[in-house]
Design a protein around this ligand. Structure first.
Ligand code: MG
Length: 388
């Protein structure tokens, strides 16, 4: 295994990870000669089938609406990029950050958040559906790679980082990986960091995609002080600059401002708390944070995007159509289980619950694994007599 001397003592190390919570892998494996534990996790995630499907899953815009919009795949890559840059500055474990970033959206349904909301309603009497939990379920149970066990057998720290949030009842069911939600302790700094790298990535790329789609405009964005200020800086540096270049110049300043603020603020918090190990990080308050003024700016930007982009009537229209597809697929499979592909007849669903709930879980797993275009095609195959 490669030495990790360059990491700070408070980073997650392959060798000493999670002594307090009995971490490591669920199924013990010998260390690899040329890769660290978290490099191996990252590699397993990249080779998973759920990872490849991210290419055809919606971020905000449906996958087929345009070739230049972000998908879950490019979003995850952007989160990994932002996360790694920040991690290196704080001497955190970049490989762990990358693994969590690439896996954090593996459980996303087709059609973005609406898919999750509808599936959650469909699963109301069967334990619900939450994309975060599903990401963990993908790496723990659903990937079929190894002879000896289900899932990818990832490290504890990678799994806890994927499980960004979790309700108390679910935490009780999940055991050690969710114990921090019961004990109110913190995950690794790498997990805290990836969570905010996610926010930096989507705030910036949703502006870009929103402008590209024409659903929001530069003029409208001037309402957001943070954006207006950066845009003015760009105009000062390049008088008269317009179009793609002006947008990109503004967004690169936006990412830099957010990332730099996170590095400086978190660096100071870490220096103050001076944790000497990951175990001490767990007991400290959250140490990866934006400064208060930057948190305010980011919140204002998020509010703008929510009101003007995520709730735009054109986005709403797609949302209604997508929710109909997901609901009709679920209802059809529940009413006629023979419609499920043969692969899924043999899957066990969840270990807990009655037969009906196990069946429902199997169906939720199947639908959640679909890409946008697969869901549309499957819906057509089930409801149109012209297609089989
Ligand atoms: Mg994300």
């Amino acid at each position: 295994m490669l030495p990790e001397d360059y990491l700070a003592p408070y980073a997650a190390h392959s060798s000493s990870a999670s002594t307090a919570v009995g971490g490591g892998r669920r199924y013990p494996e010998a260390a690899h000669s040329s890769r660290s534990q978290f490099q191996r996790d990252r590699d397993r995630i990249i080779h998973s089938s759920a990872f490849r499907r991210l290419e055809y899953k919606t971020q905000v815009f449906l996958n087929h609406e345009g070739d230049l919009f972000r998908t879950r795949l490019t979003h995850s890559l952007e989160v990994a990029q932002v996360g790694r840059s920040i991690a290196r500055n704080l001497r955190l474990n970049e490989d762990l950050v990358e693994a969590i970033a690439l896996a954090h959206d593996l459980g996303h349904t087709p059609f973005g958040h609406v898919g999750q909301d509808v599936l959650n309603e469909c699963m109301r009497d069967h334990g619900g559906f939450e994309h975060n939990l599903q990401s963990l379920r993908v790496v723990d149970e659903l990937e079929e790679h190894y002879g000896a066990y289900n899932g990818l057998n990832l490290m504890f720290e990678t799994r806890e980082g994927i499980l960004k949030h979790c309700s108390l009842p679910n935490a009780r069911l999940l055991g050690p990986v969710a114990i921090r939600f019961i004990e109110r302790t913190q995950p690794s700094l790498e997990a805290q960091l990836t969570n905010l790298a996610d926010e930096i990535a989507y705030n910036s790329h949703d502006i870009d995609d929103g402008l590209r789609s024409g659903l929001i405009t530069i003029d409208q964005l001037q309402q957001v002080d943070f954006f207006a200020r950066l845009y003015r800086d760009v105009q000062q540096a390049f008088p008269g600059l317009t179009g793609r270049r002006a947008i990109y110049e503004t967004l690169r300043r936006l990412i830099t401002a957010l990332a730099d603020d996170l590095i400086v603020t978190s660096g100071a918090l870490i220096a103050d708390a001076a944790p000497r190990s990951l175990d001490e990080v767990r007991l400290a308050p959250p140490l990866i944070r934006f400064s208060d003024p930057m948190r305010k700016e980011a919140t204002e930007l998020k509010r703008f995007l929510r009101e003007n982009l995520y709730r735009h009537y054109k986005v709403n229209r797609m949302r209604v159509k997508a929710s109909r597809i997901v609901r009709e697929l679920f209802d059809a499979f529940m009413a006629e289980p023979v419609l499920l592909p043969p692969d899924y007849h043999h899957k066990s669903g969840d270990g807990d619950g009655d037969g009906g709930s196990r069946q429902a879980r199997k169906i939720a797993d199947y639908i959640a694994g679909m890409t946008d275009r697969y869901a549309i095609r499957e819906h057509r195959r089930l409801f149109s007599l012209d297609e089989l």
